[in-house]
Design a binder for this molecule. Sequence first.
Ligand code: KIV
Ligand code: ZN
Length: 390
Amino acid sequence: MTQSTERDRVLIFDTTLRDGEQSPGATMSHAEKLEIASMLDEMGVDIIEAGFPIASEGDFKAVSEIARASRNAVICGLSRANIGDIDRCWEAVRHAARPRIHTFIGTSPLHRAIPNLTQDEMVERIHQTVTHARNLCDNVQWSPMDATRTEEDYLCRVVETAIKAGATTINIPDTVGYTAPRESAELIRMLIEKVPGADEVVFATHCHNDLGMATANALAAVEGGARQIECTINGLGERAGNTALEEVVMALRVRGDIMPFTTGVDSTKLMAISRRVATVSGFPVQFNKAIVGKNAFAHESGIHQDGMLKNAETFEIMRPADVGLKETNIVMGKHSGRAALRSKLSELGFDLADNQLKDVFVRFKALADRKKEVYDDDLLALMRDQADET
Ligand code: KIV
Ligand code: ZN
């Protein structure tokens, strides 16, 4: 694998505490939010969206305290496109060393119909609200919600309006997870080419996972010119969730040969935060989830185990230590072969001659046929039985 030396930096914007917490049933306590924010800050996330201050007293308090406690990350709060929301958001984030106001409005035809605004009225609203936010804070993010279903000309017009009013980051949300990777890249490329002032702001991508394409779409957007990825731990978020932070961080790290971008995230902290978010949100991680699933570094089949024991690169593209795991998990079961059994027994203190291994292997297979997984204690019992009989 050839690694490019020139890598562009992609900012990681984590919204576990805002979009993630919006998942039905994923509510976290105040103390848990503070703990997760501190873990995110420690691991090198660039921007933490800490909540939606107008939504509740609890959200306001959490965002204010996270803002006060943050050491490195920019602390961001969400607000709708009205003065009251933006003021409340500022009251909460202003305590941070590096605060950001994030304000949004739905720009697609379906979303425009809700506040019943004409295209011109919406442009005026964007101008007023972004100007107001920028007068409070010099770091303002603006999002046209449902951007991927907004007419192209109108999207260019609203993005230009937000930039002229002082937005410093333009986030392009795929709110309903509808877009496909090629479109995701082309949309960002088109905006950067066509909108006056686009070269003075950072473009961000915010993808939902309704069709299982959130990570691919986020990475494609980066290829199109986005330099901020919005994501959550374990992909937590509305409906099918958001882009998973651990997936984009590891994809950029492992495939730097074709995606010459880097992040500031310490990947060895991924497993710990994934487990903590799963516990506090009450959303367990699926076993086969990329990067952080229980089986992401587990091998059961004989061929795989044999290959792994000889050279880990045969079946692993990352080392478990890269994501904070101690070691590869060789799962002993009915698909395991002799090499894996020999290695496991040796770990348990039994170095067997070939003929001994042959007998133990027969017993092991019979046991594995009855049990799904054969644990170390099962093997120890099996070795005791074997010794009693010989
Ligand atoms: O999905 C979305 O459009 C959002 C916005 C509020 C950025 O979460
Ligand atoms: Zn979202």
